[in-house]
Design a protein around this ligand. Structure first.
Ligand code: 1BN
Ligand code: ZN
Length: 330
């Protein structure tokens, strides 16, 4: 992948130098490095200078996250979710936005659900999909899903701002906002991941799945105490590539100190033969005590965690693009 105004070599040097203290030790993102801009995306449309690293604006991602949480609990079929959908529509309106609407049959009745797909063109037929679920759990009262739902959705909105501002070469990048990830009663194969099951089946049927070089899912990535698990159900080479990206950015200490299998929106894509990785921190509070509770609130989160995951995703996308151009030359 190559970005306008940023030659591949410049990109390699610029991004590779991020947060590195010269001895390869992981460092927190400094206040100076963070959020140069409190500016709106429309003010931020100029491609960066050749040596300027491509990084997310975590303060802006955090602002989106807070705005999502302010809608309150957002399960499918609720007025708050409809408001959230209008918000996503507005934010992504200039991004070749596709709405994938379908009817989901759940243990508590039928729901109209919508996946949103924002498409940023590249220069090859390949596609890299980056996903998040935007619904929140219905079965717990007052559950606002600051980490579980809003953190990754806020991050994807910020990635949209970045992709809009930096045209790139290599595979297209599609951002998918999944509906209906959460179970209505108990997590089973049939009561979970409604949106990703629908889209993976559709894309397998129409041939799109074959174009997807990689699916990178983010889920629960805002915890101030960030520890991304190695999901053993994910595609091993893609998990390794994420780790390489984290290493390039001197951020590997946040990754893979634990490993476990996680069922998530990656499951239907893996079944459809799409290489997929779940970037998830499934240890939210001591022993995961805040997961699926009303305590999943913004005060537990940190912009640094969004910064780490956002930058590692961008670096992974860049590495996938480098591979594509190598394959082409062979
Ligand atoms: C992640 C966030 N998940 C649900 N909300 C998926 C999941 C379900 C992960 C059960 C582990 C166990
Ligand atoms: Zn959940």
């Amino acid at each position: 992948m190559r970005f306008q105004g940023q030659l591949l070599l410049g990109g390699l040097l610029g991004i590779g130098a991020l947060g590195c203290n010269g001895v390869g030790v992981d460092l927190p993102i400094s206040a100076k490095q963070q959020s140069a801009s409190q500016q709106s995306p429309s003010q931020n449309t100029v491609a960066p200078a050749a040596t300027e690293p491509w990084r997310i604006d975590s303060a802006r991602a955090m602002k989106y996250l807070r705005e999502l949480v302010a809608f309150g609990p957002r399960p499918p079929g609720t007025p708050a979710q409809a408001k959230q959908q209008a918000y996503l529509r507005d934010k992504l309106k200039s991004d070749n936005l596709e709405e994938d609407k379908f009817k989901a049959t759940t243990p508590v009745g039928d729901f109209e659900m919508t996946n949103f797909i924002a498409k940023f063109p590249g220069t090859t037929n390949d596609v890299i999909v980056i996903g998040s679920h935007y619904d929140t759990l219905s079965s717990v009262k007052n559950f606002v899903g600051a980490n579980d739902g809003a953190s990754s959705t806020g991050l994807l909105l910020e990635l949209a701002d970045q992709l809009r501002a930096h045209r790139h070469t290599g595979p297209a990048v599609w951002l998918v906002f999944f509906d209906g990830e959460e179970a209505f009663k108990t997590w089973t194969d049939t009561d979970s991941v409604y949106g990703s099951r629908h889209l993976a089946a559709k894309w397998k049927q129409d041939g799109t799945a074959k174009r997807i070089k990689a699916f990178i899912l983010a889920d629960m990535i805002g915890d101030a105490d960030l520890n991304i698990d190695r999901d053993t159900a994910s595609t091993p080479w893609l998990s390794d590539l994420v780790y390489k990206a984290a290493t390039n950015l001197s951020r590997k200490s946040y990754f893979y100190n634990r490993q476990q299998p996680v069922g998530d929106d990656t499951t239907p894509f893996l079944a459809a033969g799409v290489p997929s990785v779940d970037i998830i921190d499934f240890d939210y509070g001591y022993n995961n005590v805040f997961w699926h509770t009303p305590q999943d609130t913004v005060d537990k989160l940190s912009p640094n965690s969004l910064q780490v995951v956002g930058d590692v995703i961008l670096e992974t996308v860049r590495l996938l693009g480098v591979e594509t151009s190598k394959e082409k030359k062979q």
